[in-house]
Ligand binder design. Sequence first.
Ligand SMILES: Nc1ncnc2c1ncn2[C@@H]1O[C@H](COP(=O)(O)OP(=O)(O)OP(=O)(O)O)[C@@H](O)[C@H]1O
Ligand SMILES: [Mg+2]
Length: 495
Amino acid sequence: MGDRHELQLTLSSSVPIIVIETHDEARFLGMLTELAVSSTAHKYRPLFRWSITDGLQRLDLDLEPQTHNAKPEDVLKHIRAVTSPGIYALLDFHPYLGDPVNVRLLKDIAIGAVARGQVVVLVSHELKLPPELERHSVRFSLRLPDDKARSKIIGALIDEYQQANRHANVEVDEQAFKLLVQNLGGLTHADTERLARHAIYEDGAISGSDIPAVMQAKYDLLNSQGVLSFEHDTANFAEVGGFRALKVWLAQRAKALRSTDNAGLDPPKGLLLLGVQGCGKSLAAKAVAGIFGVPLLRLDFGALYNKYHGESERNLRESLTTAEVMSPCVLWIDEIEKGMAGGNEDTGTSQRILATVLTWMAERKGRVFLVATANDISALPPELVRKGRFDEIFFVDLPNAAQRAEIFTIHARSRNLEPAQLDLQRLVHASEGFSGAEIEQSIVSALYAADALKQPVGAKHILAEIKRTRPLSVLMGERIAKLRHWARDRTVSAN
Ligand SMILES: Nc1ncnc2c1ncn2[C@@H]1O[C@H](COP(=O)(O)OP(=O)(O)OP(=O)(O)O)[C@@H](O)[C@H]1O
Ligand SMILES: [Mg+2]
């Protein structure tokens, strides 16, 4: 059943107040007008539109506009006094529902409405009805365009562009068109049109290069709260040493996350990266979005608590919904234990936050892949790491010799040093027990040291830095041992 048909049924039911929350006011009014003018003579009801700026106007007839009954109270008194049938669309009436006089007037109208054939339609982007009106009302919602409708919208825009530009040919990359249709999901008709129009009009083509801008625009549209951030630089696994098992695991699942026709494979749900500090968990989390080729959204638990005191859960729920609308995407929660630690002074809130996350993990519909990182198991609530929550829990240990060699190579190259001239074997041997972050730091410091001595950087500078460093694995040996012990039967190795 389409929106139009459903609206018609709602209008002819005997509910006096219809509430519609929409950002697509123009489309809704268009539909309402079509329905009004096309109804049969004996069922015909005049249609009115009211706004604070224009007052009451007839919508079904082309009359000269004249502003009358602009005041909220006046328009309600007017409707109450009219005894003949009519449909009254009140636009953005929500601010005036705080006034008891208006509420009472609406109730008077509602009580008499059925006998007179009147309906009041309240159209706002968001509207909460006072409880005394709730039982006289029904909510109507416009369906968001589905795949088929979106591809029709984009098709129409292509025609529009071609006609406006003397039949210029819009070059359409088929794969990009598919992605565009898919990525515009979850938006209203008007927003879909706006974003797609921008993509087409900008260069007269639909190509792969349009997609990131569309995703950014879509994200900007959805995220007004600010606890979710759109991460532009998704890392590449080529910059990450080790993580062999994780890379294989992810590569096997990339297709099932990206596309809907995936031969019966369930889309992957998410993973937890647990492990030693500075060993590349955050870096790898970013690379997951890179390997999947989808946008990366980061959920900041710190901001959730600090910025939105008392509204953390609502904001969390909104952020999770935004992520669903952005799907397919990766949702990254860094240091998840910090947001959920039971020892937090506000235990009530953190427990509700945990419950919200767990419920969402169990029930989410979109293809949102959750990547969480943690380095402190004692702060992790057991419910979160129970089997089945995440597809897998990966343990990120200190890099072994081969992995250290990879990490030295990656960071030497990124600073224009030739690894072959660095006596890699010695560096690897000397850096036993070092994390990736510490290895990187030894190169960074060696560059400064060599610069101060006006020498070209060589293995000896890096070795000197390694010797001066007391790695975390020594300082926190006990904690790491505990972490390894915990991880033994609960996790698989990421390396
Ligand atoms: N395996 C690795 N390969 C390449 N670089 C690494 C690796 N591990 C760490 N690094 C370097 O160290 C930096 C810090 O690592 P990262 O923040 O990802 O570690 P982490 O495991 O998230 O640490 P923490 O638990 O403290 O958050 C990275 O940005 C990267 O430059
Ligand atoms: Mg980190």
